[in-house]
Design a protein around this ligand. Structure first.
Ligand code: SAM
Length: 311
């Protein structure tokens, strides 16, 4: 499993874990036989780049899975997608928001994965958001010239990477809840979980609460398989309380990311990311206790990697 460069998938999603791929890779060892199980696929950036030979990729959002499934089954391909984006992009440049709204209505009626890609790449901020009637409701991103030649080439290169890996791999795509996906896991599988952040409730397919977090923990422990969960640990305002309660029987690794909003240090917005796992990680680890960890200065540029093992 060698990765030289991270390939960004064609579906954009909030909370994409591009920055975590190398970190996750450092902490796992997958044999040729290990089956990778990813119940919260999203864009797929983690699993697609780690590229295990065998995998189940699942998500409760049917449109994400349908897009990848149709690509895997060669019902759509980079040629079809390119022609589609050229045609629809041309009409978008002529009619602007009117055409965006036309495609959005068509997608909500027909659920065509090509329309889903078009909307995902031209909507406001690349958001994926569905209302309770299961309609995609994100407004236009206000760029009628969105599908320039260069932008279409970028998307098509992203699709071509997937076409190449999909052909070589034994990957199954499923629309289902995390409970159903984890039920399929065997002891020798490896499960990677990246659930939504708690309490955001902006999207029908992306709501998450304490009960879901508890159910996820129970399901993972019951599976008997090795797992990694990626989540947030703390930022300057809040900390993730569930790490010391629901996930207290697990190991934890931390890393800090800075999100630069401006040049001044006070404008930097650090977030401590966490990997939670039920096995001892391979990373360079320091054992620390809960209280000491919580006193770490948030503005330290690099906290490093720490293991937190609460018994
Ligand atoms: C944070 S995103 C995953 C991002 C992904 N790791 C990436 O890097 O692109 C969470 C995903 O979980 C899916 N999801 C939300 N609730 C779910 C549930 N109960 N069962 C399965 N998937 C769910 C959402 O549709 C969303 O795609």
């Amino acid at each position: 499993m060698k990765i030289n460069k991270i390939h960004i998938p064609p579906i954009k999603i909030q909370g994409i874990k591009t920055k975590l791929v190398f970190w996750i890779k450092e902490n796992i060892s997958l044999s040729e036989e290990t089956r990778w199980i990813e119940p919260f696929l999203g864009s797929g950036v983690v699993g697609f780049n780690l590229a295990p030979q065998n995998a189940i990729f699942a998500d409760i959002n049917p449109h994400i899975i349908n897009f990848y499934k149709q690509l895997k089954e060669e019902k759509i391909n980079s040629f079809i997608i390119k022609q589609f984006l050229i045609k629809e992009g041309k009409t978008l440049s002529e009619k602007g928001v009117e055409h965006y709204n036309y495609v959005r209505k068509r997608f909500n009626d027909e659920k065509n994965p090509l329309d889903f890609l078009f909307l995902n790449r031209s909507c406001f901020n690349g958001m994926i958001r569905f209302n309770k009637n299961l309609n995609f409701n994100v407004p236009f991103g206000h760029k009628p010239e969105r599908f320039s030649k260069a932008y279409i080439t970028k998307i098509i290169n992203q699709v071509k990477f997937l076409e190449t890996v999909f052909r070589k791999k034994n990957w199954i795509f499923k629309i289902q809840t995390f409970e159903d996906t984890i039920k399929e896991a065997r002891k020798d599988d490896f499960i990677y979980c990246d659930p939504p952040y708690i309490g955001r409730h902006v999207d029908y397919y992306d709501s998450w609460d304490k009960n879901d977090e508890k159910k996820l923990h129970e399901a993972l422990i019951k599976s008997g398989a090795k797992f990694i969960l990626s989540t947030w640990d703390n930022n300057q305002y809040r900390k993730n309380e569930f790490l010391n309660t629901i996930w207290k029987d697990c190991h934890k690794l931390n890393k800090e990311h800075f999100y630069h909003i401006g040049a001044k240090e006070v404008n930097r917005n650090p977030i401590i990311e966490a990997l939670i796992m039920n096995f001892k990680p391979r990373d360079n680890t320091v054992k620390i206790n809960v209280n000491k960890f919580n006193q770490i200065n948030m503005f330290d540029r690099f906290i490093g990697t720490q293991i937190h093992n609460i018994q």
